[in-house]
Design a protein around this ligand. Structure first.
Ligand code: C2O
Ligand code: CU
Ligand code: CU
Length: 487
C-alpha cells in the first residue's frame, strides 16, 4: 500500500476507534446486532415494503470469444454507470459490462481460460476469482492492481469440479465499497459429472442464479457507501434486499423442479433463507461443487461469500399460486407458479464422489484466531499489511487450518465468515463435532460463530501469494486479513 493511502486509512480507523467507546453505550440488544447470525433484517428503516413487482433480471452469459474447443476467451470491463433500483430514480453504480453486477462466466473443467479485464473506472481495482483453484499471479488479489484505463489478462486452466464460483474486486481497503457499488459476477464451472446428473441445467430457464445483496436504499432509490459506527462494527447492512440487482423481484416458475444457484454477495449480512410456506428443498452443491448426497432442508444459512445450489419443487402448487423466499420470515422475492408442467427431474441419491482428504497427511496445523471489534478486527492479533507475509506454506502439502472466533466480548460477539484464496477446504469439525451435511463438501468460505473453533483441511496445489480474511467486507477492509505464500 502506498504511504498516502495508509495514512488516510489510519486516520479513518482512529475515528472508528473513538466512536467505539461511544457506541458501547447504545443498547445493542435492541437491534440484536450481536446475536450469532447478525440477523437484523427489518430493523433498518431503509427497508422498502415488499411488493414482488419487478421481473427477476437474469444476468447474461458472457460470450466466449474463442472458437477453439477447450479454450475460452472472455472480456470484462469494470465500468461506471447509473442504475434505477426504484423506477424513475437513478443512483450511481458500478458494473461489469453493464450497469450493475456482471455477466456469468461459464467454463468447463479442463478449459484454458484467458480473461481480459479492462478497468474503465476512475480508480484502481482488481478482479478476484473467488473459489477458483489457481496460482497467486492469476488470483486477482490486492497485489494485482489494475490502474484506470489499463487491462489485466489472467490466464489459467480450470482443474476443479463443476461449481458455482464468483468474482469481485479485491483492492486493499476498497473491496467493500467497490462490491457495494455493484462489482460482482458469477463464475460457473461445468464438468461431465454434473452434466450427466440430469439436474435442471438450462441457464435462465430452469437453472437460475440468485445473487442476494442488501442495500441501504433511500427513498430516492439511491445508495452511497458511507459507514456509520454500526457499519464499522457489523459490516454494512441495509434493509432492502436485492436479487440480481432487483428490489422485490418475482419469477414465474413451472409446476416442477427448479435449480437455483444462490450467492450471498452482500457485504456483511448473513441470511437465513426459508420459503414462506416452510416447504422443503434440496441443497445439491456448496461453495466448491456438488455435495455427495442431496441434503433436504427447510432453512438455508448463507454467510457473505458463500454459495449454495438448491433444487426446489413447485409441482404441488396450482396455476397462479405464489410462494415467497424470505429472510427470517421477511419476504424479498416471489415465485409465481404457472400452469406449465415441465419435464420431471429426479434428484439422484448420489450426486458425486468426494475423496476425503486424509487428516493424517497434514504436515501442519495452523491456527487463525478472529479477534477484536470494529476498526480493531484482526486475525492472530495482526491487521493486514501488504509488506508482511503472515504464513509460509510448502507447495503440494496438506494442512489443517484451525479457525477460532474469539470475538465474543462483552456484547456477545459476532460470526465471521473465514475465506482463503486459491483453495477449497473440507471441514473436519466444528467444535469437535462433524459439520452439518450441507457443509460436508467443498467449502471456501466458512462461517465461524462466536466462541467456535472450526478445523478445515486443504491441499495447497498452486504456488503464489494468497489472502485469507473475513468475508464481511468492512472487516476485511479494516484489516481482518492476512497473506500466505505457497512455494
Ligand atoms: Cu471473495 Cu478474498 O474474496
Ligand atoms: Cu476469494
Ligand atoms: Cu468479520
Amino acid at each position: 500500500m502506498d504511504k498516502y493511502n495508509r495514512r488516510k486509512f489510519l486516520s479513518y480507523s482512529l475515528k472508528g476507534a473513538a466512536g467505539l467507546a461511544a457506541i458501547s453505550l447504545v443498547p445493542f440488544g435492541v437491534n440484536k446486532i450481536f446475536n450469532n447470525n447478525g440477523m437484523m433484517y427489518g430493523n433498518d428503516s431503509s427497508g422498502l415494503p415488499f411488493s414482488g413487482g419487478t421481473p427477476l433480471p437474469v444476468p447474461p452469459l458472457l460470450k466466449n470469444m474463442s472458437s477453439i474447443p477447450s479454450k475460452a476467451k472472455f472480456q470484462l470491463s469494470a465500468q461506471i454507470a447509473k442504475t434505477e433500483f426504484i423506477e424513475g430514480k437513478e443512483t450511481d453504480t458500478y458494473g461489469y459490462n453493464g450497469n450493475y453486477l456482471g455477466p456469468v462466466i461459464r467454463v468447463r473443467k479442463g478449459d484454458e481460460v484467458s480473461i481480459k479485464v479492462k478497468n474503465n473506472l476512475n480508480e484502481e481495482t482488481t478482479v478476484h476469482w473467488h473459489g477458483l483453484e489457481v496460482d497467486g499471479e492469476n488470483d486477482g488479489g490486492p497485489h494485482s492492481r489494475i490502474r484506470p484505463g489499463e487491462t489485466w489478462n489472467p490466464k489459467f486452466t480450470v482443474t476443479q469440479p463443476a461449481s458455482t464460483l464468483w468474482f469481485h474486486p479485491h483492492l486493499l481497503h476498497k473491496t467493500g465499497e467497490q462490491v457495494y457499488k455493484g462489482l460482482a459476477g458469477l463464475f460457473y464451472v461445468d464438468d461431465d459429472v454434473s452434466d450427466n446428473l440430469k439436474l435442471p441445467n438450462e441457464y435462465g430457464v430452469n437453472d437460475i442464479p440468485l445473487v442476494i445483496q442488501d442495500k441501504k436504499l433511500d427513498a430516492n432509490g439511491r445508495f452511497e457507501y458511507r459507514l456509520g459506527m454500526h457499519d464499522v462494527m457489523m459490516g454494512l447492512q441495509g434493509g432492502t434486499i436485492l436479487v440480481n440487482g432487483a428490489v422485490n423481484p418475482y419469477l414465474e416458475v413451472p409446476r416442477g423442479k427448479m435449480r437455483f444457484r444462490l450467492l450471498n454477495g452482500s457485504n456483511a449480512r448473513i441470511y437465513e433463507l426459508l420459503f414462506s410456506n416452510n416447504q422443503n428443498f434440496y441443497q445439491v452443491a456448496s461453495d466448491g461443487g456438488l455435495l455427495e448426497q442431496p441434503v433436504e432442508m427447510t432453512k438455508l444459512v448463507l454467510g457473505p461469500g458463500e454459495r449454495a445450489e438448491i433444487i426446489v419443487d413447485f409441482s404441488m402448487f396450482k396455476d397462479g399460486d405464489t410462494v415467497e423466499l424470505t429472510n427470517q420470515g421477511t419476504e424479498f422475492m416471489k415465485f409465481m407458479v404457472t400452469g406449465n408442467k415441465q419435464q420431471d427431474f429426479n434428484i439422484p441419491n448420489q450426486l458425486t464422489k468426494i475423496e476425503r482428504i486424509d487428516s493424517s497427511k497434514a504436515v501442519k496445523t495452523r491456527k487463525f484466531i478472529f479477534q477484536g471489534m470494529g476498526s480493531n478486527v484482526n486475525i492472530n492479533g495482526q491487521q493486514m499489511d501488504m509488506d508482511r507475509m503472515d504464513e509460509y506454506l510448502t507447495l503440494n502439502t496438506t494442512e489443517i487450518w484451525e479457525i477460532s472466533n474469539e470475538s465474543t466480548g462483552m456484547m456477545g460477539g459476532m460470526a465471521h465468515p473465514f475465506h482463503a484464496h486459491g483453495i477449497q477446504f473440507q471441514i473436519l469439525d466444528r467444535d469437535g463435532k462433524q459439520p452439518p451435511a450441507n457443509e460436508s463438501g467443498w467449502k471456501d468460505t466458512i462461517l465461524v460463530y462466536p466462541g467456535e473453533n472450526v478445523r478445515a483441511i486443504a491441499t495447497f496445489k498452486y504456488p503464489g501469494i494468497f489472502m485469507y480474511h473475513c468475508h464481511i467486507l468492512e472487516h476485511e477492509d479494516a484489516g481482518m486479513m492476512g497473506q500466505f505464500k505457497v512455494e
